[in-house]
Design a protein around this ligand. Structure first.
Ligand SMILES: CCCCCCCCCC/C=C\CCCCCCC/C=C/C(=O)SCCNC(=O)CCNC(=O)[C@H](O)C(C)(C)COP(=O)(O)OP(=O)(O)OC[C@H]1O[C@@H](n2cnc3c(N)ncnc32)[C@H](O)[C@@H]1OP(=O)(O)O
Ligand SMILES: Cc1cc2nc3c(=O)[nH]c(=O)nc-3n(C[C@H](O)[C@H](O)[C@H](O)COP(=O)(O)OP(=O)(O)OC[C@H]3O[C@@H](n4cnc5c(N)ncnc54)[C@H](O)[C@@H]3O)c2cc1C
Length: 680
């Protein structure tokens, strides 16, 4: 089928030449207009073309090249990322990219963990969210123009998850109307904040506020760290880089200590809690409102899980199409490895998941903007739902995307282990998303607590109406219902798929609630009873989040159908949605079998339907990854190049290896020559 409009062919880092014939053939045989799916993913033709212009501008700009990254030392990588920051700023001015959206598009196209990520992602949002109008007026123009660079300094050597345990103190001195910031112990040292070590001139510090010996809880303070003239740390401030990490080399995650550093009273961000000149403290309208930037970032992280996984899948699917291994019978041509069922079973559920997460990203963005609108009107009622939902989805999406990248890497065989595949660095730079912005397990407890509370309320008050995604907690009769998908066809019914996910989630919540009561009946207080069910709480949070993701995918398809999306696109999205739904039932089959919701009567057709779905996706696999529309620059992979010239590109990129600069190995004369035969 032909596309409705021609794509702008991505700028390529691949070796030029005729494209791989298998890829060409597969692209020509797609069952749907690829370009239309791209428009759907990126929000329309105009927006897609705008993104392409930016992506191609970045991809063709030598400053943004990525191919040298594997051969640079940590310090060189940091310097290179600063060079990219400077150039990013130059391009904003040159191309008039002053809107926040344009700048976000540009950063996304640059596709590197730049040391201004925290400035944009957390420092500015914290000023916007927590600063008074006057504070915003003072700091935002400076921050937005990069006259100052800031970060978000919350985590300490001793505490990250347990925010109330932070030890940095901000003591109010009424006589001078200043706060005195101090790090009283080694464990009070701020540790981890991105761009803190070497780049930032300022930061928002989270410290426990003390007024006349009274503890008022953790609050945000604006602090200047370095001189704006020579970048030297200011008096009383000890700051530096925390040293080598698993990856993330471009980012100077830092440490920071305060020795009785004085800041003016108006440097406490006082939108919600205030300290008056005489030391009178006014409490915020919600005790956790100062945690709002983290909720914002969790929502952002959920949105990026789709694109990250989509990159890994694009690389693995294209490579699996080019790579051939074994003829089925002797004398026949070798098979593309993508034809093997095991390869499809590894990759296609991840392809489906990347699409599923795309719709979940849209959902959380909408939920977040509704929540912000409410907050502006002093309505915090949505905060618990927003916090719990984003905590759970952040955990599920980052866990699945991390594991998915590794699956993609492993499915590329030996070449997947080469950094030139792009997959090792994609994985190593992505996995901290499971830890930062809230350790995933700890985040799951937050969602599970919320669900258990609502379940308890619904039990105590029949007829209570709960919000949309959790309304199934009202229906304990659902627990008596069983699966009736006894044929392959019935498994394609979205209502039945959702029923299964809802039933599993409710079952796990109910079991957890019962176990909590049982533990308390054994004599434990509530705190210890919760400790006894913690691993089950993680399962509860994941089960609910799976349900939310599937529900969003099903709803999105319904909305697309209603808005007249073409049948071929709807068909392929429905196939992906079915595969997502059925694959994750198959993956957690024990949950569904344990309480008799499913039996072998249902599992046989389930397995058979999954095999059919893999077959259905196979002819469209390349088109489905092409629809993500990544440039070769974005993928940074010799295996995933758009033209499929995988071996040529691998060979050429390998020539850049510094070891290849000389024919004779460095160290040969000292270490090899002495024991080799002198002559043959
Ligand atoms: C939206 C789309 C936007 C698109 C545009 C974005 C542009 C951005 C550009 C970005 C550019 C680059 C990106 C950079 C890349 C990313 C880099 C990542 C950098 C990482 C930064 C960090 O890691 S910052 C540090 C993060 N730290 C944490 O997350 C700590 C985790 N811990 C906590 O959150 C809390 O302490 C915990 C929730 C665990 C418990 O809190 P605690 O104070 O102990 O409270 P409890 O007593 O347990 O609970 C009391 C009740 O409060 C409820 N609650 C807790 N937290 C919240 C909250 N945040 N909101 C609401 N309610 C909350 C809790 O549930 C309890 O409720 P209950 O009813 O009493 O049970
Ligand atoms: C790359 C990277 C960038 C970062 N950037 C920033 C930044 O810019 N600013 C910033 O302030 N911070 C930053 N952080 C810190 C990050 O937010 C914390 O590391 C994160 O919140 C986890 O906290 P923790 O390290 O204290 O883990 P811990 O809480 O010590 O977790 C360790 C283990 O204990 C378990 N655990 C913890 N509490 C409980 C409990 N109550 N019950 C059961 N199990 C529990 C966890 O599940 C985990 O398995 C960054 C971290 C990384 C890795």
């Amino acid at each position: 089928m032909s596309s409705s409009s021609k794509p702008n062919l991505p700028v390529t880092n691949a070796v030029n030449g005729p494209p791989n014939a298998d890829l060409v053939r597969e692209r020509g045989a797609a069952s749907f207009p690829v370009r239309d799916l791209t428009y759907l993913v990126y929000g329309g033709q105009e927006r897609t073309e705008h993104l392409e212009r930016i992506a191609n501008m970045v991809a063709s700009d030598p400053v943004f090249r990525k191919t040298d990254r594997f051969f640079l030392s940590r310090t060189e990588q940091y310097r290179r990322s600063l060079e990219k920051v400077r150039h990013y700023k130059e391009l904003i001015a040159k191309h008039n990219l002053h809107s926040e959206l344009d700048q976000q598009d540009l950063r996304q196209a640059i596709d590197e963990d730049l040391p201004i990520g925290l400035h944009v992602g957390m420092f500015i949002p914290t000023i916007v969210g927590q600063g008074t109008d006057e504070q915003q007026k003072k700091w935002l123009p400076l921050a937005r123009a990069y006259k100052i660079i800031g970060t978000y300094a919350q985590t300490e050597l001793g505490h990250g998850s347990f925010i109330r345990g932070l030890e940095t103190v901000a003591t109010y001195d009424k006589s001078t109307q200043e706060f005195v910031l101090n790090s009283p112990t080694l464990t009070a040292t701020k540790w981890w904040p991105g761009a803190l070590g070497k780049t930032s001139t300022h930061c928002v510090v989270f410290a426990r506020l003390v007024i006349s010996d009274r503890e008022c809880g953790v609050h945000p303070f604006m602090v200047q760290l370095r001189s704006l003239e020579n970048h030297e740390p200011l008096k009383g401030i000890t700051v530096g880089d925390i040293g080598p990490k698993f990856a993330y080399e471009t980012m100077d995650n830092g440490f920071l200590r305060f020795d009785h550093v004085r800041i003016p009273r108006d440097h406490m961000l006082m939108r919600f809690a205030q300290v008056a000149a005489d030391g009178t403290y006014s409490t915020p309208p919600h005790s956790k409102v100062s945690y709002a930037t983290m909720v914002f970032m969790r929502a952002y992280i959920i949105g990026t899980a789709s694109s990250t996984l989509a990159k890994a899948v694009t690389i693995a699917v294209r490579y699996s199409c080019v790579r051939k291994q074994f003829p089925l019978r002797s004398g026949e041509p070798e098979q593309q490895i993508l034809n093997y069922q095991n390869q499809q079973a590894a990759l296609f559920p991840l392809l489906a998941t990347a699409y599923a997460f795309h719709f979940t990203g849209n959902y959380i963005r909408q939920m977040y903007s509704d929540f912000v609108r409410g907050m502006r009107a002093q309505d915090f009622s949505v905060l618990p739902e927003m916090h719990a939902t984003s905590a759970g989805l952040k955990s599920l999406t980052t866990w699945i995307a991390s594991a998915g990248i590794e699956t993609c890497r492993a499915s590329c065989g030996g070449h997947g282990y080469s950094k030139l595949s792009g997959l090792p660095s994609l994985y190593a730079n992505y996995i901290p998303a499971c830890t930062y912005e809230g350790d995933n397990t700890v985040m799951c407890f937050q969602l599970a607590r919320y669900l258990l509370k609502l379940y308890g309320k619904a039990q105590a008050k029949p007829g209570l109406r709960l919000p949309g995604n959790v309304s199934y907690l009202e229906k304990s009769t659902l627990l008596d219902e069983r699966c009736d998908a006894s044929t392959e066809e019935l498994w394609l019914d979205p209502a039945r798929q959702l029923h299964a996910y809802r039933n599993r989630a409710l079952r796990l919540v109910a079991n957890c609630a019962n176990r909590l009561v049982a533990e308390m009946q054994k004599g434990k207080d509530e705190v210890l009873a919760v400790e006894a069910i913690k691993s089950d709480m993680v399962k509860v949070a994941k089960a609910h989040s799976y349900y939310v993701v599937l529900n969003n995918f099903v709803n999105a398809i319904e909305q697309l159908r209603a808005s007249g999306t073409s049948t071929p696109i709807l068909r392929v999205l429905k196939t992906l949605c079915d595969l997502f739904a059925l694959h994750f039932i198959q993956a957690d089959l024990g949950d569904f079998l344990e309480y008799g919701y499913l039996s072998s009567l249902h599992t046989e057709p389930l397995h058979a339907q999954i095999r059919r779905l893999l077959e259905a996706i196979r002819p469209d696999a390349v088109a489905l990854v092409d629809a993500f529309n990544f440039t070769d620059h974005a993928l940074g992979s010799a295996l995933g190049v758009h033209n499929g010239r995988v071996y040529e590109t691998l060979f050429e990129w390998a020539q850049q290896e510094p070891l290849n600069k000389t024919q004779v190995a460095p160290g040969y004369h000292e270490y090899i020559k002495p024991f080799l035969l002198a002559k043959m």
